[in-house]
Design a protein around this ligand. Structure first.
Ligand code: NAD
Ligand code: DAU
Length: 353
């Protein structure tokens, strides 16, 4: 469908985006991938060092909040499809800086929709705006039940409210202008290259540094974890075979309370670091809760399974081992992030920040 065509991926220097860029370049050598990313604190070109010289890859440093700039990029590359991942993504940051989330996640998405519409509206054939969203738009669950594609939106944090608004805007463009779109809503991802403000890499890093392990509130908040490679595979299937105008829920069917997850990581790290059994667990400390903390997320991914036969292929044990090993083998990646040195990388290679 997209042979020899340009695909614009936004947020490709971030965690999930970098896995998507690599996945598409490796699997579809006839696509030209344009990675548009502003390189915020969460964007890191070191994530893509291995593919940056691929002739089918172009990096464009740009901000989706800047409509004029986007207009020039759309005119220049005339993408046939947009795979939109760029966003402010950390719930804790959204509590203190909600304006950044409104600007990037809502206004930025609107800018992309308007630019896609302006170059596609004469002929929508073969065009697609694929918006990557989150399960957090559905709000919080009690101890029972799952989010399906029919669950009503009920976002509870400034982050999830901004993602919900962007989903609504995408659907509104589909309804009003017939812009071909697909949305997917995924549960918590983990894996290599995740910025260490998020729970799993933060715990791995702190265990390795023998620092305390902050667990919010009573620790009984539950998340449904999915290995990032399985999310990339789901996105590939949806991108190529999904029905326009529809949404797909993607999840790991793998619920863990934060405290159980922290204990599991401690056990695994004790073994890997050859520490005395139980020593990392002593680092766990319960800290002040996140404001408005959502109790539980859990995805019903049966539509993905029925539509494409998709299900997670990496078990949690296996995925956590892959993830821990990656962080232990890539200490420089982490060091550069903690010191901020990763931002020098693109200054050096691209001549600007
Ligand atoms: P991330 O924070 O690791 O990366 C976000 C990327 O977007 C970074 O490279 C950043 O530089 C870029 N970006 C931010 N603001 C920008 C702007 N104004 N213009 C251009 N680029 C900008 O994010 P992630 O965890 O990889 O998430 C990617 C997408 O997937 C997001 O839309 C997020 O809502 C969604 N999602 C994430 C998860 C998860 O568990 N991480 C789960 C479900 C959905
Ligand atoms: O559900 C999908 C969402 O998952 C994505 O849309 C978001 O972009 C992504 O950040 C993630 O949101 P969470 O808030 O669930 O992820 P986070 O890693 O920040 O936190 C996971 C859980 O762990 C949550 O219940 C809060 C808790 N936590 C987090 C941190 C950073 C702690 O207990 N201690 C911590 O230090």
């Amino acid at each position: 469908m997209f042979v020899n065509k340009n695909i614009l991926i936004t947020g490709g220097a971030g965690f999930i985006g970098s896995h998507i860029v690599r996945h598409f370049l490796e699997k579809y050598p006839r696509y030209r991938i344009i990675n548009l990313d502003v390189l915020s604190y969460a964007g890191n070109l070191e994530n893509l060092r291995d593919i940056e010289r691929n002739p089918n890859y172009t990096f464009v440093k740009a901000d989706i909040r800047e409509r004029k700039l986007l207009s020039g990029i759309f005119q220049r590359y005339r993408p046939q499809a947009v795979l939109h991942l760029a966003a402010e993504t950390h719930v804790d940051r959204s509590i203190n800086s909600p304006g950044d989330f409104v600007q990037t996640n809502i206004a930025g998405t609107l800018n992309l929709l308007q630019e896609a519409l302006s170059i596609w509206q004469k002929d929508f054939t073969g065009k697609l705006f694929y918006h990557i969203s989150t399960d957090e738009v559905f709000g919080a669950l009690g101890s029972e039940g799952f989010f399906t594609e029919q669950t009503s939106y009920s976002p509870q944090s400034p982050y999830s409210a901004s993602k919900a608004a962007s989903d609504h805007m995408v659907r509104a463009f589909g309804n009003t202008h017939k812009l071909p779109f697909i949305i997917s809503n995924c549960s918590n991802n983990y894996g290599p290259n995740q910025f260490p403000e998020k729970l799993i890499p933060l715990l791995i890093h702190n265990i390795n540094q023998h620092k305390s392990l902050p667990v919010y509130g009573d620790g009984n908040y539950t998340r449904d974890w999915l290995y990032v490679g399985d999310h990339a595979q789901a996105i590939d299937l949806i991108f190529h075979h999904g029905k326009t105008g529809e949404s797909y829920n993607v999840g790991g069917h793998n619920e863990w309370s934060n405290i159980d997850l922290a204990r599991l990581l401690c056990k695994k790290m004790d073994r890997k670091l050859k520490k005395e059994e139980g020593s990392s667990e002593k680092l766990i400390c319960f800290v002040k809760d996140r404001l408005g903390h959502d109790r539980r997320y859990a995805i019903d991914a049966s539509k993905m399974n029925k539509s494409f036969g998709w299900k997670p292929s990496v078990s949690f044990e296996e995925g956590l081992d892959l993830t821990i090993d990656w962080y232990l083998e890539n200490v420089d990646w982490l060091k550069n992030i903690v010191s901020g040195a990763y931002q020098d990388y693109y200054r050096k290679y691209y001549g600007y920040l």
